[in-house]
Write a protein that binds this ligand. Structure first.
Ligand SMILES: C[S@@+](CC[C@H](N)C(=O)[O-])C[C@H]1O[C@@H](n2cnc3c(N)ncnc32)[C@H](O)[C@@H]1O
Length: 230
């Protein structure tokens, strides 16, 4: 088996990580490496280097505003990682399906939350079950468009919007960049013009758009946006 220890939180190597991602992208296999990240954790969700191990505070604040009825409503978490955001949505009363392309990620979630009400399932955003189409009142995605390059992020955006019911909301969280900067630089932050395609191409309505710097040192710029299907 390949040595994946450079992907673990405790021995993480950013340069080797970027090299691996580039390698998969150059082979036009931009989703082939995610399983490596979760496999390298060897069953310990705390070893997943990008996992915050807590739900997004922006997701929580929006849920607390109580703009959407939650009980018996269906929510979907795309690229759910180790499950914190899915569990938060479930605790607010949503029936949650949380999926990830990585079988090891889904296994980590199932082991971590043995009594969960969330349905954790291995699925590919580019080929999800037909019955999911237009069936979720709320869709949450954090950093999944962002990890995909070029045309794949456009396809991802379209697939995400396709999950929404009429009047359904999608919450999108990602790193951001200025237009014409860092275009192909991993971790591939998004420009505002890419976010605006939810409005201009998918015809969603912008409900909120927040640009903020996180509290890392040095801080990293992010977008948090909410769109609604008409
Ligand atoms: C940067 S991680 C973010 C994970 C999690 N959302 C978080 O905030 O910690 C991106 C996630 O998207 C998943 N992913 C990437 N492409 C996917 C696809 N086509 N279908 C489903 N999940 C995908 C990856 O396996 C990974 O867990």
């Amino acid at each position: 088996m390949k040595d994946l220890t450079f992907l673990k939180k405790e021995s993480f190597s950013a340069s080797k990580y970027k090299e691996m991602v580039k390698d998969y992208q150059n082979k036009d296999n931009p989703t082939g490496w995610f399983e490596n990240i979760y496999k390298s954790a060897q069953g310990n969700y705390k070893e997943v280097f990008w996992a915050d191990l807590e739900p997004s505070s922006y997701l929580l604040s929006w849920l607390e505003k109580d703009l959407i009825k939650k009980d018996k409503k269906r929510a979907c978490v795309i690229g759910c990682g180790v499950g914190d955001d899915a569990e938060a949505l479930s605790s607010f009363g949503f029936e949650v399906i949380a999926f990830d392309i990585s079988p090891s990620a889904i296994q980590l979630c199932k082991n971590r939350f043995p009594n969960t009400k969330v349905t954790y399932i291995v699925a590919d955003l580019f080929d999800y079950p037909k019955e999911w189409f237009e069936s979720f009142e709320l869709v949450y995605e954090c950093n999944t468009i962002q990890v995909l390059p070029n045309n794949y992020r456009k396809l991802a955006r379209k697939a995400m919007s396709g999950l929404l019911t009429k009047k359904g909301y999608i919450l999108v969280s990602c790193r951001s960049r200025n237009e014409n900067e860092q275009k192909d630089i991993i971790p591939l932050p998004l420009a505002k013009s890419e976010m605006d395609e939810f409005i201009l191409i998918d015809r969603l309505k912008e409900i909120e758009f927040l640009a903020y710097d996180d509290n890392q040192e040095p801080s990293i710029p992010h977008f948090f946006a909410i769109y609604q299907k008409n």
